[in-house]
Design a protein around this ligand. Structure first.
Ligand code: HEC
Ligand code: HEC
Length: 352
């Protein structure tokens, strides 16, 4: 915990002990600002932890962006990371289950990739501990890009343009799985949303968000208590919970076999969440309003559900306000598509 977070936590605790609950509905602008300052913050790029404490060079990030957008990373050259994590669809693809390179659907909904630089667990079940560790998995997964890594390395070596960009990025033209993973991770760490209307509000502009969004912010903290899990500048505390979706997927329990983790999934960050519908690991909820209604009724399947999920008794106005708040933490992000290294002709290799 940063010293600032620690202090805020102390404030929050002493507030809870000594003062009556805030009269949220009647809080004036100053009341909302106090809530905002106590509970929320703009993501701090100084807090990003890079592997070996080394911020990557622009050249490594550029290489990562080329790899991210290049269909040649899939065996039959039919898809890139951006096919499923499409910048025009909130770094997801707008459908419940994306199709892999062989045309079969994947088993979970494609998550967005915003502000993962601060994230500590990756995949819905948290089975990867870093972006570097995560990066090669979708390339090799048969259900996704279906590309054995040694064949990818040979393919990239056969493209003179890639040999040049690897040399620019790393000082020599050796192409290795580690370098591919590091470049992809470095590119993804640069996908940062920190200038939403809510951030301008946090920076002091009282008029940056609507009154409805301010009321929604108070509900997010208080009556709806979303912040119990969606905490911190990126709205995730990196923990796992079963929120009561009707789904057969056992989630985190497949990784850590204890009963409380049955059907528990990673708490996703909520910045730019407007753009990456449908929602949840099973893509079962289509809109943010439906998400709020789902929490309001206390989930759909109560078996092994988190004790933090209970009916919220929000009325229709409060539901609208909470949705208005979720609408204030978005800002479309321009992610330019790079020119891809040439030549583009690939000798088609057969898979063993
Ligand atoms: C066929 C669609 C598809 C392709 C192609 C794809 N992904 Fe994914 N991605 C997914 C799905 C589905 C998940 C969630 C899987 C899970 O949690 O079990 C995921 C999860 C992730 C995550 C974890 C995000 C989080 O919040 O934990 C990252 C990071 C990621 N992908 C990056 C990439 C990169 C980099 C590539 C290209 C090398 C890529 N993906 C290619 C569908 C895809
Ligand atoms: C007990 C912890 C917890 C609480 C409380 C909670 N959430 Fe969540 N939230 C999660 C988890 C875990 C997921 C992913 C669940 C899954 O896919 O199985 C999630 C998913 C979401 C998603 C979908 C994100 C995506 O990328 O698909 C949204 C939106 C969301 N929550 C908003 C809210 C709001 C609004 C509230 C308050 C009404 C709230 N959450 C309360 C833990 C929580």
């Amino acid at each position: 915990m940063t010293p600032k977070r620690f202090l805020l936590t102390l404030f929050a605790l002493s507030g809870a002990l000594h003062s009556p609950p805030l009269p949220v509905l009647f809080a004036g602008d100053q009341g909302y600002r106090e809530i905002a300052e106590k509970h929320f913050s703009v993501p701090d790029t100084f807090d990003i932890e890079y592997p070996d404490d080394l911020e990557p060079s622009e050249e490594v990030v550029e290489l990562g962006s080329m790899l991210f957008f290049d269909n040649r990373l899939s065996f039959n050259e039919s898809q890139s990371c951006a096919t499923c994590h499409n910048p025009d669809h909130g770094l997801s693809d707008g459908i419940r289950f994306s199709l892999g390179a062989t045309g079969k659907p994947v088993e979970r909904n494609t998550p967005h990739l915003y502000n993962l630089a601060w994230n500590q667990v990756f995949f819905w079940d948290g089975r990867a501990a870093s972006l570097e560790e995560q990066a090669l998995a979708p390339i090799e997964a048969e259900a996704e890009m279906n590309m054995p890594i040694d064949i990818l390395v040979d393919r990239l070596k056969s493209i003179s343009g890639y040999r040049e960009v690897f040399e620019k990025a790393y000082g020599d033209d050796s192409i290795t799985p580690d370098r591919i993973a590091a470049a992809l991770a470095s590119f993804q760490r640069e996908i940062i949303v920190d200038n939403t209307p809510f951030d301008s509000y946090l920076n002091g502009n009282d008029n940056a968000i609507s009154l409805a969004a301010k009321r929604g912010m108070a509900l997010f903290v208080d009556k709806a208590a979303c912040i119990k899990c969606h905490d911190g500048a990126n709205f995730t505390d990196n923990s796992f919970h079963n929120i009561g979706l009707k789904s057969e997927d056992i989630g985190r329990k497949a990784i850590v076999d204890i009963p409380i983790l049955n059907k528990a999934f990673k708490v996703p960050g909520l910045r730019n969440i407007l753009f990456s519908a449908p929602y949840m690991h099973d893509g079962s909820i289509g809109t943010l309003e439906e998400v709020v209604r789902f929490y309001n009724r206390g989930g759909d399947d109560t078996e092994n559900i988190s004790s933090l999920i209970k009916p919220l008794h929000l009325n229709e106005d409060e539901i609208r306000d909470l949705v208005a708040f979720l609408g204030a933490i978005n800002k479309p992000l321009e992610i330019p598509r790079p020119n891809l290294p040439e030549p583009n002709s690939i000798k088609f290799v057969t898979k063993k």
